[in-house]
Design a protein around this ligand. Structure first.
Ligand code: SF4
Length: 162
């Protein structure tokens, strides 16, 4: 059976981002994978009950998704509201779906405090980036799912072809 790919809903054109927008990934392989039934779409944050639009959120204290999973860091909105529990639930939902659907891979949009894998923001809401995983990406990796960012789609194509 072909391996499936868990994919960020906003990359698939769903307007689920905090600002009410999508960020569609325009690559011909997406249609191929869709036709093959490989794609399993989720917005982890919406699966945890978060609404659209919602205030931007970052992992506080220049920490990472792994720190949040370990209880060492929190996720906060620009308003100051603590949304750590929602982000943890979002990550659990994504892992459950990935494992149930047989997703060996995930293709997630970079920069998000949930879906980011190459980089996230440093918690100051100043636009400063740092290397690291969001909470969902960290949880998926811990569960054995290979995570690729939207910038790494060519690597995912090569990996699937192996
Ligand atoms: Fe996109 Fe992931 Fe944020 Fe949902 S949680 S809007 S899928 S980046």
């Amino acid at each position: 059976m072909q391996s499936k790919i868990l994919v960020s809903a906003c990359l698939m054109g769903h307007a689920v981002r905090y600002d009410g927008r999508a960020k569609p990934l325009l690559h011909p392989v997406i249609e191929t994978w869709r036709a093959e039934g490989r794609l399993v779409t989720i917005c982890p944050e919406m699966s945890a009950g978060m609404t659209v639009p919602r205030p931007p959120a970052e992992i506080a204290g220049a920490a990472t998704g792994e720190d949040v999973l370990a209880g060492k860091a929190r996720v906060v909105e620009l308003t100051g509201a603590d949304v750590t529990e929602e982000f943890l639930q979002a990550a659990r939902n994504a892992v459950t779906l990935a494992l149930q659907a047989g997703c060996h891979y995930a293709l997630l949009i970079d920069g998000s405090p949930s879906c980011g894998s190459g980089f996230i923001y440093d918690g100051t809401f100043s636009g400063r980036k740092q290397a690291g995983n969001g909470v969902t990406a960290a949880a998926l990796k811990a569960a054995g799912v290979e995570v690729f960012s939207d910038h790494e789609i060519e690597q995912l194509i090569d990996r699937i072809a192996e």
